[in-house]
Design a protein around this ligand. Structure first.
Ligand code: NDP
Length: 334
């Protein structure tokens, strides 16, 4: 399948172009940037045949089957709607949009057009997350009491742009990282939080947006979740823990773009390392997307998954802004 990249981004150059090319007959044939010069340079650097600053020009190409959208966050909605209107399947970066209404409209438009629409929540594709989910949902730790997700990273120098100073572009740690934590919790526990209480702040990097957030969520079972995100922590390793009545799962280094980290299961029998399949994450996301386009299964993270993760993240932000616990009503968008 031929793809158009919408957004001459870092994530595409670091991971997604290779992930697309790792598929049988997978090729990137267009790159669309906000400026023609940049599109051309990017195309040259990455061996992409065609470059344009005119989104419609790429979308008019009938040989393009899918669009991968990785522009800044405020652009996703209009670009995805345009791709869907042109009959292209869409793999869109998180957060899907900057409002829940916008994200819902994207998902409904793709559904009405009979197109595959997916969210690039890559962590679901990690062997580590899949192993943890299987243990939790298979009952290995009994009834889940609580979960902690720690995603405090040190934003690399080359990404210290719009994420840190541009609220209009959807900057800030909540739209960047809380959405991933939300998807991780939903994937592993198989449930959506009913309410969240959040706090956010600036700890050295954010200018006009939060660079850090923490929140506590109430799950339908009564289990509690703690979620921590930050751009400013040089030495805090990422990880997650799920604690149950019969055991605890302790995972370190697993909120990563790469297949790395360690998992331990601790229970009455002691501690044991849990093995997992170390396949790369992004090619797996694209593989599942292409299979779904071919009528085989579903993408790793659907449009609805992207709507839900955004809704949870925005609830955390609203709670932090207002200093009030925020309950979440989920709309049925099927
Ligand atoms: P970048 O800042 O690299 O790219 C975003 C946009 O910024 C590009 O589309 C491009 O605009 C512009 N841009 C980038 N570099 C330059 C430059 N050197 N000079 C001028 N303009 C530039 O963002 P990311 O790749 O980090 O993120 C893009 C999207 O992907 C976001 O939605 C983010 O949330 C998501 N993301 C997802 C990840 C995942 O694992 N699922 C990981 C990282 C990001 P133009 O296209 O107009 O040229």
């Amino acid at each position: 399948m031929n793809w158009a990249l919408i957004g001459a981004s870092t994530i595409a150059s670091q991971y997604m172009i290779a992930a697309i090319r790792a598929q049988q007959a997978g090729e990137v044939t267009w790159v669309v940037s906000g400026t023609r010069d940049r599109a051309e340079t990017y195309a040259r650097d990455h061996g992409i045949a065609r470059a344009t600053a005119d989104l419609d020009e790429a979308l008019r190409d009938p040989s393009v089957g899918a669009a991968y959208i990785s522009s800044t966050n405020e652009k996703h909605e209009a670009q995805a709607r345009a791709a869907i209107a042109a009959g292209k399947h869409v793999l869109c970066e998180k957060p899907l949009a900057t409002s829940v209404e916008g994200a819902v409209a994207m998902v409904r438009a793709a559904r009405d057009a009979g197109l595959v629409f997916a969210t690039n929540h890559h962590l679901r594709c990690a062997g580590s997350h899949r192993a943890i989910r299987e243990m939790v949902q298979g009952g290995s730790i009994g009834e889940v009491l609580s979960m902690r997700v720690f995603h405090a990273v040190h934003l690399p120098e080359h990404l210290r742009g719009w994420r840190l100073d541009n609220p209009g572009a959807g900057g800030g740690a909540i739209l960047d990282l809380t959405v991933h934590n939300a998807d991780t919790v939903r994937f592993i526990l198989g449930a959506d939080p009913q309410a969240v209480s959040g706090q956010m702040g600036v700890s050295g990097m954010g200018q006009g947006v939060e660079d850090s957030a923490m929140s506590v969520w109430t799950m339908p079972s009564g289990a509690m979740v703690m979620s921590h995100e930050s751009f400013t922590h040089p030495f805090a390793a990422s990880g997650l823990e799920v604690h149950g009545t019969e055991g605890s799962i302790l995972a370190r280094g697993v909120l990563s773009q790469d297949p790395e980290g360690e998992i331990e299961l601790v229970n009455a029998e002691g501690r044991k390392a849990v093995p997992f399949d170390p396949h790369p994450l992004y090619p797996e996301a694209v593989r599942q997307f292409c299979a779904a386009v071919a009528g085989d299964g579903s993408p790793a993270a659907s449009g609805l998954d992207g709507v839900r993760s955004l809704q949870i993240a925005l609830a955390v932000r609203t709670s932090a802004q207002n200093g009030v616990r925020q309950s979440i009503q989920y709309e049925d968008i099927a």
